[in-house]
Design a protein around this ligand. Structure first.
Ligand SMILES: Nc1ncnc2c1ncn2[C@@H]1O[C@H](COP(=O)(O)OP(=O)(O)O)[C@@H](O)[C@H]1O
Ligand SMILES: [Mg+2]
Length: 257
């Protein structure tokens, strides 16, 4: 049984079919890449899995149990964490405070009070451990909004890890990163995989995705166009036509989508 199975999920927004009977399953303790052009439905699928949207039809099974329609906090408590395409750290808090916020899942207006109650060692030690996993230790006391985008993305992942997920959904973690930053992020993501976390990674940067993923699913206009190991996907004619060919031309000097 796969940790996560998506079965024929359809998501309609009025007349627009953003997902059309999409099915996939995770590579357990591995990295599944979800790629495809802008507007293919990748983020919408993450919203469905993480409880931000209720699919119009289909089932999402986590550990064999249906989770579609559950609320985001319920999904988190089952062991699924996600990051967002647009980073959303608490900008006036430090890196460490942001990570601590993930440990308690507090509501923002009460966060300061929460932080004051939680200066005791166990929480601070856990926060230090999470920052170390994402190589954020040197920036612990720095305000989150002063960090470059590469470090903000690592902070997002550290905050997601604070909920102790077995399944981690990463939405374009390398977008906007330099190739050096993307390389070090890839190393950190491999480290999480090696620690036993199952990962689904949305990516627009082909080189980043192909070097990192154990398996790849290609979405195009809401449908699964192809699925397989990265080498086969790179050679797949339909994928080259629908996506890689287009992106190769567009991607010159650009990382973000
Ligand atoms: N809340 C929404 N309401 C209406 N249309 C939406 C909404 N969210 C996404 N869409 C549409 O669904 C399609 C898929 O979007 P998205 O999942 O963001 O694509 P991707 O992440 O692959 O770029 C797009 O056509 C987008 O405009
Ligand atoms: Mg998206």
């Amino acid at each position: 049984m796969s940790l996560l199975r998506v079965e024929a999920v359809t998501m309609r927004f009025g007349g627009l079919v953003a997902l059309d009977r999409v099915s996939l399953e995770t590579v357990d303790r591995g990295i599944l890449g979800l790629i495809g052009p802008n507007g293919a439905g990748k983020t919408t699928l993450f919203h469905c899995i993480s409880g931000y949207l209720r699919p119009t039809a289909g089932r999402i099974l986590y550990r064999g149990r249906p989770i579609q329609g559950k609320r985001p906090h319920q999904v988190v408590s089952l062991g699924i964490a996600r990051t967002f395409q647009i980073v959303r750290p608490f900008s006036d808090l430090t890196v460490q405070e942001n990570v601590v916020s993930g440990l308690g899942k507090p509501i923002y207006p009460r966060l300061r009070a929460f932080l004051e109650r939680t200066t005791r060692p166990p929480i601070q030690e856990r926060a230090a451990g999470l920052m170390a996993r994402m190589d954020l230790g040197p920036w612990a006391q720095v305000r989150a909004d002063t960090l470059p985008i590469g470090l903000q993305r690592r902070l997002e992942i550290a905050r997601a890890l604070a909920t102790e997920p077995d399944l981690l959904l990463l939405d374009e973690p390398a977008a906007g990163l330099t190739s050096g930053e993307a390389e070090s992020l890839a190393r950190l993501i491999r480290g999480l995989r090696d620690q036993g976390i199952t990962i689904v990674l949305i990516e627009h940067n082909m080189r980043f995705a192909m070097g990192l993923c154990d398996r790849v699913v290609v979405l195009d206009r809401g449908k699964v166009l192809a699925e397989g190991p990265p080498e086969a996907i790179q050679r797949n004619e339909a994928v080259i036509d629908a996506y890689l060919g287009r992106v190769r031309g567009q991607d010159e000097g650009r990382n973000e989508g």
